[in-house]
Ligand binder design. Structure first.
Ligand SMILES: [Zn+2]
Length: 269
């Protein structure tokens, strides 16, 4: 199988997961599950109350585990598998932390997959930044912390499949095997730098097709990616329910759900 484009970069945002029922959490008053954003999603919030932050992310992990990849995730995953067998190369950059791309793909697309806002399926040592995959720290309904393997959780979201309990501090916060320091979710919080942006920009400046799916175009640095790719000579395409804030950076606009528009568009590449 051969493709018209040789280097393709996909960027996905919350819109691709909306059809899977992934909630964005923030209500009209700007609160996340009744918490201020800085209490549950900032380094200072974690320092102040790590138990609250872990409880909040336990809930997010549960809700992500209950969501299923949708048609758009599946279409993109199939295309990535096809591209691997072709002379073209694809990079998938996502702003989502919900793990739905990995699950649709069947594994991690590895070096060509950049989750620039982190992911719910990893934890990180607060001392040396070593990252741990697939070990999910949870608090159950009684506030007791429990450990669950992500694969088990995806097949059984009822919190019944407990694995071994790693070390914890007096508050029940899981401690890293490397430094015996607190683990934190490997999520990019407010005030932190997105991950892998240099690699993303490198791909953007070399691509000949850039496709943004379900992004509102108002979150930096991803909102600049279309302009970077376009300046480098790429054809730029936007698939979204409505025109994004950075609409001027795109040659082509496909308005509609990702589940409808993505398969249609991919037939042409
Ligand atoms: Zn460490």
């Amino acid at each position: 199988m051969d493709f018209r484009y040789k280097r393709i970069v996909f960027l996905t945002g919350a819109g691709i997961s909306a059809e899977s029922g992934v909630r964005t959490f923030r209500d009209s008053s700007g609160l996340w599950e009744n918490h201020k954003v800085e209490e549950v999603a900032s380094p200072s919030g974690f320092q102040k109350d790590p138990v609250l932050v872990w409880k909040f992310y336990s809930l997010r992990r549960l809700q992500a585990a209950e969501a299923k990849p949708n048609k758009a995730h599946a279409t993109l995953a199939n295309l990535l598998h096809d591209l691997e067998k072709s002379h073209s190369k694809a990079t998938l950059i996502t702003q989502n932390v919900d793990t739905l791309h990995e699950r649709a793909y069947g594994a991690l697309p590895d070096k060509n997959f950049l989750d620039i806002h982190g992911t719910l399926s990893r934890s990180r040592c607060t001392k040396c930044s070593k990252v741990y995959s697939d070990r999910w720290a949870y608090f159950d309904a009684t506030g007791k912390s429990v450990d669950i393997h992500a694969d088990d959780l995806w097949s059984n979201a009822s919190l019944t499949c407990l694995l071994t309990t790693p070390k914890r501090n007096a508050n029940g916060i899981p401690l890293s095997p490397c430094c015996t320091e607190q683990l934190r979710p490997d999520i990019v919080w407010f005030g932190e730098r997105p991950q892998g942006v240099e690699k993303a920009v490198e791909e953007l400046t070399r691509c000949d097709l850039f496709v943004a799916i379900g992004t509102s175009g108002n979150v930096q640095p991803a909102s600049n990616f279309a302009a970077v790719a376009r300046k480098a000579g790429a054809h730029t395409v936007c698939i979204n329910l409505e025109s994004p804030e950075n609409a001027g950076a795109f040659h082509e606009h496909l308005l509609g759900t990702a589940g409808d528009k993505l398969p249609e568009f991919l037939k042409k590449i």
